[in-house]
Structures are given as structure tokens and as C-alpha cells.
Design a protein around this ligand. Structure first.
Ligand SMILES: [Zn+2]
Ligand SMILES: [Zn+2]
Length: 258
């Protein structure tokens, strides 16, 4: 297992140094325009122009709690309908992109088809969110990135945890410290089929802190990291456990907003 992963890691690290000749979204050959700044490939130039237009950023105004993008007519300090009357254990959730179009497909290939070479691209796109002012203010140097854990059985099936892989990118690009402080104690079937209330019931008590690592949480602002934020049920359960262990503030960072 560890051997397999380190090989995958090496592969993705090497790929990051080489400008990919094909668009990582559709596979088309890159035209050589607009490809690099100072010889370094730009994040989005890993995608062709067409695929770039198929990325849907979560631009303000967004819901200040869950990050749901609003219609342009909404006011920026407003909570969305989903959040109204709901208490989340995390402070707020942010994502750079919506889970649609190319982003949805990239995440699917990364997660379910084990295309780990997409990690650097997804890492670059995820790192964009850390530049936002709110996170710049909340995340101090050496900030803790905590991956949403997989159940050990799921980990054996998938052979990697996509959330931990994204944390590795945040460490490399944004100076995060990875704290794999949570453990998933219950194997749950795929959440996507369930309604919100069912998801919440299904997840209750499914996470605990790892005893030793949990001791590093009191008084800290932490970022909980996952690939997609959908109803917020998973993030909420994890945040509850982190708060219980003493975390002062929990922000949720995901690549995409479902
Ligand atoms: Zn493309
Ligand atoms: Zn909301």
C-alpha cells in the first residue's frame, strides 16, 4: 500500500514539473498560447480555453455560511435558504468552484478512476481559495489542514483519501500543516442517494478524533478539507468533533460546491 502510494506521489510530483502537452479536461493538444507566466505553467493553462470556460467559479455574492453562490440580485451578507434556521458546527465553508462541468468531471476521474496525476491541477485550483481575504485573515502561518477521513474499509477499496491528497497540495502550495486528526468509525454507504435528513442520521457519531493528534486542537483555527461540499452534513459532523476537542474556529475548504 505505502509503496503504491509513494509511486503515485512521485508520478504526480514529476508531472507538476512538466508542462502537460494535453488539456487535462478534454485531452486536446494545447495550443501554445497563454501557457506560462515566467516559464511556470499557470494553473488554468493545464486546461484548454474551452475547458476553462466550463469551470464555474463560486464568485461573490455567496452565502456567508455555506458558500452557496447566489443569484446576482442577492445581498452579500445574506444566508441562503438552506442555511436559514440551521446551525452548523463550522464557522463557514468556502470553495473556489461549483461542482459542475469540467470540475465535476475532474473530481470524478480523480476520486473514482484513480487518476492521481490530476492532483497538481486540482491542488492549484484549490489553492486559489486560500488567497481570499477571509481565509488570509483566519489562517495563520502553519495553519492546520484536517482531511475528512475515509473509513479504513473505504480506504482499502480506493487506496487513497482524496481529502488527504488535497491537504498535501495545500501543504506544498500554501504552507499548511497536515493534521490527520479525525477517524471515521462507521462505514456508510454512498451518501449521494440520501436526502439531507437521512444523511445527517446516517453520519451521527461516525467520526472521532485520534487520541494523540486531537491534543493539538485546543484553541486552534483549523481548516477541514474535502473534495466536495454538498449538504454540509459531513463537514458539520466533523466540525462538531473538532470543536468538542477544543478547536476554536473551523473553516471548511473544498474544491467544489455541489
Ligand atoms: Zn480541454
Ligand atoms: Zn448557505
Amino acid at each position: 500500500m505505502s509503496l503504491g502510494l509513494s509511486r503515485l506521489d512521485l508520478g504526480s510530483a514529476a508531472l507538476d514539473l512538466i508542462y502537460p502537452p494535453h488539456c487535462q479536461g478534454c485531452g486536446a493538444f494545447h495550443e501554445d498560447t497563454d501557457a506560462a507566466i515566467d516559464g511556470k505553467p499557470k494553473a488554468r493553462s493545464w486546461l484548454c480555453h474551452h475547458c476553462q470556460t466550463e469551470l464555474w467559479p463560486c464568485e461573490d455574492p455567496c452565502c456567508q455560511r455555506c458558500g452557496e453562490p447566489f443569484l446576482p440580485t442577492s445581498t452579500p451578507d445574506f444566508s441562503c435558504q438552506t442555511c436559514a434556521g440551521r446551525h452548523f458546527a463550522f464557522d463557514y465553508a468556502v470553495a473556489p468552484y461549483q461542482s459542475r462541468g469540467v470540475m465535476r468531471e475532474l473530481i470524478h476521474r480523480f476520486k473514482y478512476q484513480r487518476q492521481l496525476y490530476l492532483r497538481p491541477l486540482l491542488g492549484k485550483l484549490l489553492a486559489e481559495i486560500v488567497q481570499r481575504r477571509r481565509l488570509q485573515e483566519d489562517l495563520q502561518p502553519g495553519w492546520l489542514a484536517i482531511p475528512v477521513p475515509l473509513h479504513p474499509r473505504r480506504f482499502r477499496e480506493r487506496e487513497f483519501n482524496q481529502a488527504l491528497e488535497l491537504c498535501r497540495e495545500l501543504k506544498r502550495r500554501c504552507g499548511a500543516t497536515i493534521l490527520d486528526a479525525l477517524r471515521r468509525t462507521r462505514y456508510t454507504s454512498s451518501q449521494t442517494r440520501f436526502r439531507r435528513s437521512q444523511r445527517m442520521a446516517n453520519l451521527r457519531g461516525a467520526f472521532v478524533t485520534r487520541r494523540r493528534l486531537g491534543k493539538r486542537l485546543p484553541g486552534k483555527t483549523v481548516a477541514l478539507v474535502d473534495d466536495v461540499f454538498t449538504t454540509g452534513s459531513t463537514a458539520n459532523e466533523c466540525a462538531q468533533v473538532l470543536r468538542h476537542a477544543g478547536a476554536k474556529k473551523v473553516v471548511v475548504i473544498t474544491l467544489a460546491r455541489g
